[in-house]
Design a protein around this ligand. Structure first.
Ligand code: SDX
Length: 428
């Protein structure tokens, strides 16, 4: 295979190096394009054909439906690891030994509280505020309480910031739910696991002790693993772009939360449940909604279906679908929406429109069924996604800074008016 690509334009012929990645994926390095062609750039809205970086963190193969974190298959990690161990792997690049991992967990627990004065900020939100809006704002507010103008090369300082974020972020997520319920904002319990504590923070009521259901805690831990990273998706690219200006990590993560909120991205898990509920209330006629999704004059999309990279099954959707049956059975939960989801999936997978466009269920299609079985309200589903994605955002931000990547500043193709001159208002 050639290690050069040639571009012929006008009377110019220029060549560019072709790089090959670990798994054989290839990229044309166009860093000399503008300078060697007198200012010509490429244009690629949505970056469908553009790699923004070189990364060692996560490998996706969309055609084969492969997902690996630092080389480890997602199936093995979901089956054998834990969320905090996966967080360590993503952020620091290797699975930790026992002593290192125990210290990592203890350091996160030690940071699992939030400055009391931050309650004044959350008190300012109306109870109707969407938890993702609260989470994004409160994450950015961490900068005010924990200034991050630190020396990035100070490994100790960097480690402290990382465990601080991992400790406080789920608290802020749980507080967003408690604010919505009008419940007092409580504190973490260091005797519990990461997800046991998250469940307690979300559900405990002041008048009675909260008993963690270990089935629920394990299910949530597995879901967080499955959401932990996904290479250069919309919210991760946002985190990298904000971080590239050397804005603080809390500001970058806050931007990632906002990008994830969109219904085309992480907000899809909430939109899937709302869609399934709409189908149920509409008599369960899945074909009607398949037809709506295919009708170009109808803005309706089949939420939880399709993916920019996966043109085969999203491996996470496979795992979650199988796991949903297990968790609902273990919890003794019957959910008609699961049956509707399976019927909808079958109808879509056998429909020419979806087959031709290689549209398969993605990570968001079944995750909400499990969140619902755990009693998590639908407006908190994307907060769960954010808590899961946090280690990935941190890992990607850290890699971008370690590589001293330049500030992200894309070019454009200008198609606006030519030069023209100001006309005073009484002459227009
Ligand atoms: C996540 O990038 C990541 O890795 C994201 C994520 C992660 O872990 O970070 O995996 C998490 O965001 C998963 C995706 C969640 N979003 C949804 O489920 C929303 C519904 N899906 C779509 O909106 C869409 O599939 C996207 C946004 C996910 C992908 O959009 P693309 O890659 O820009 O594809 P497209 O919109 O150009 O669609 C190609 C064709 C179009 O039809 P034609 O113009 O070719 O006729 O497929 C159609 C689209 O209309 N299409 C759909 C569809 N998704 C694509 N038609 C109906 N229903 C859908 N869901």
């Amino acid at each position: 295979m050639s290690d050069k690509a040639y571009l012929k334009i006008d009377d110019l012929e220029v060549s560019f190096p072709v790089e090959t990645g670990t798994e054989g994926d290839r990229a044309i390095d166009i860093k000399t394009l503008r300078s060697s062609t007198g200012g010509i750039v490429t244009i690629d809205p949505g970056y469908k054909n553009t790699a923004s970086t070189r990364s060692k963190i996560t490998y996706l193969n969309g055609e084969a439906g492969i997902l690996r974190y630092r080389g480890y298959p997602i199936e093995e990690l979901a089956d054998q690891s834990s969320f905090l161990e996966v967080a360590y792997l993503l952020i620091f690049g290797e699975l930790p030994d026992k002593a290192t991992f125990e210290k990592f967990v203890a350091d996160i627990k030690d940071k699992s509280f939030v400055n009391e004065e931050m309650k004044n900020i959350i008190d300012g939100f109306p109870r109707s505020a969407h938890p993702m809006g609260i989470l994004s704002s409160m994450t950015s507010a961490l900068t005010a309480f924990y200034p991050v103008n630190f020396d990035f090369n100070d490994k100790e300082e960097l480690y402290k910031i990382i465990v601080r974020l991992l400790g406080k972020f789920p608290i802020l997520g749980a507080w967003a739910m408690r604010k919505r319920n009008g419940w007092p904002l409580t504190y973490a319990d260091s005797s519990l696991s990461y997800t046991g504590n998250l469940l307690k923070m979300m559900f405990e009521k002041p008048m009675e002790p909260y008993k963690v259901n270990e089935i629920s805690a394990k299910a949530l831990d597995k879901l967080l693993i499955l959401h932990a990273d996904h290479e250069q998706n919309c919210s991760t690219s946002t985190v990298r772009l904000i971080g590239s200006s050397h804005a603080g990590i809390f500001a970058a993560i806050s931007g990632g939360v906002s990008a994830l909120w969109g219904p085309l991205h992480g907000g899809a898990n909430q939109a899937v449940l709302e869609m399934l509920e709409q189908i149920r209330q509409d008599g369960g006629d899945v074909q009607k909604y398949i037809n709506k999704a295919k009708d170009k004059s109808d803005p309706f999309r089949l939420m939880g279906f399709g993916h920019r990279v996966y043109k085969n099954f999203d491996p996470r959707a496979r795992i979650i679908k199988k796991y949903a049956d297990e968790v609902l059975a273990d919890l003794g939960v019957e959910d008609p929406l699961l049956d509707i989801a399976k019927e909808l999936e079958q109808a879509a997978l056998n429909d020419e429109y979806f087959k031709a466009r290689k549209l398969y269920p993605n990570v968001d299609f079944y995750s909400g069924i499990i969140y619902r079985a755990l009693g998590i309200p639908v407006e908190m589903f994307t907060v769960m996604f954010a808590i899961g994605r946090l280690p990935g955002w941190i890992a990607q931000w850290k890699e971008m800074r370690e590589n001293n990547e330049p500030i992200g500043r894309p070019r454009q193709l200008y198609i606006g008016p030519r030069e023209r001159h100001y006309v005073p208002i009484d002459k227009r």
